[in-house]
Design a binder for this molecule. Structure first.
Ligand code: 13P
Ligand code: SF4
Length: 319
């Protein structure tokens, strides 16, 4: 514990010295989330991380999350220095949607409006018409559907089919998935609900359909936290990365949060629902990165300009 306290103090000093700001996601280490808040940075979902980074006056942002979050920050603010604790922190959705295959897929369907999830590379965003995050994807597709547009959606198949069901839009889906959320189990969730009949179920829409179907609230990480605070219930079953429980417990003290079942955590594994790439962010590598101003994110400027158009569409829609 002492070692962590020393590292936290060192990071606070370095953030000041380097005039940098820390932007963290709810799935990273609890100490990093607290540090971000204590030092005037932010901890939030993908949409708010993007907006906060864009609007902050600091010249250097340290993004504690996964690569697409750092790239989005760079695309929105090419003049800023964007650092990440570990540049190898990727995402199974990003890995499962290579730009060349995705471009070929889009080329085969020129009549469709291309909507991609934030969890993609800069090159994939550059090929898209719109980028969306989990907090606003539903509203944007609804809007496009009302305009009579047919959609090509990538990469998350669960989020895509959830939005398809809710909006009735004509959506052609790329078949990607998140390796964390894909593991939540509908039958086991049903059994757990029977044990806690008064619990409300909060589900991230990257989860499989038979899990989403049992939700009281489906939403982004920020929306799930807001529901935990605002809903009139004492107990919640939470189907998303368990890094989120730190903020839920802080924001709604006295309420009880239970992890939704995955294949592993029922028997052998106590923390299966944790993203291995989010877990690469730690106090030590954060301190090292700040000390040496290393691990900078670069995005090809031409690709960045193209990708920015699809991100700006979302931010303008959200405004
Ligand atoms: P949010 O935008 O809901 O924070 O989701 C990001 C993510 O990677 C979920 O797995
Ligand atoms: Fe990607 Fe899933 Fe990790 Fe989120 S939790 S970064 S979607 S692999």
């Amino acid at each position: 514990a002492d070692e962590r306290a020393v590292l936290k103090e060192r990071i606070k000093r370095l953030l000041k010295e380097k005039q940098a700001v820390l932007v963290a996601h709810y799935y990273v280490d609890a100490d990093l989330q607290d540090l971000a808040e204590e030092t005037g940075g932010c901890v939030s979902d993908s949409l708010e991380m993007a907006r906060f980074g864009r609007d902050h006056s600091a010249k250097t942002l340290v993004v504690a999350g996964v690569r697409f979050m750092g790239e989005t920050a760079k695309i929105l603010s090419p003049e800023k220095t964007i650092l990440m604790p570990d540049l190898d922190a990727t995402c199974s959705l990003d890995l499962g949607c290579p730009a060349d295959e995705f471009t070929a897929f889009c080329d085969q369907h020129p009549d469709r409006t291309v909507v991609v999830y934030a969890n993609t590379s800069a090159a994939v965003k550059a090929r898209a018409d719109w980028m969306v995050t989990s907090s606003i994807g539903l509203d944007i597709v609804k809007h496009l559907h009302e305009q009579g547009k047919k959609i090509l959606w990538a990469p998350d198949k669960h989020l895509g089919s959830y939005i398809q069901k809710e909006t009735g839009a004509d959506m052609l889906l790329w078949q990607g998935s998140c390796l964390v959320h894909d593991e939540f189990k509908g039958v086991e969730l049903d059994l757990l609900k029977a044990e806690y009949p008064n619990a409300k179920v909060l589900v991230h829409p990257e989860s499989p359909a038979n899990v989403v179907a049992q939700a009281d609230v489906v939403g982004s990480t920020s929306q799930m936290i807001a529901a935990a605070v605002n809903m009139d219930a004492d107990t919640f079953i939470v189907a998303t990365d368990n890094g989120i429980l730190h903020k839920m417990r802080q924001a709604a003290p006295g309420k009880t949060f239970i992890e939704a079942p995955t294949a592993g955590n029922s028997a052998t594994c106590k923390s299966c629902a944790h993203c291995p790439w989010m877990a690469m962010n730690g106090l030590q590598n954060l301190a090292d990165v700040l000390e040496n101003m290393k691990n900078e994110i670069h995005v090809d400027p031409a690709v960045g300009v193209q990708a920015k158009r699809s991100i700006d569409r979302m931010l303008d829609f959200a405004a």
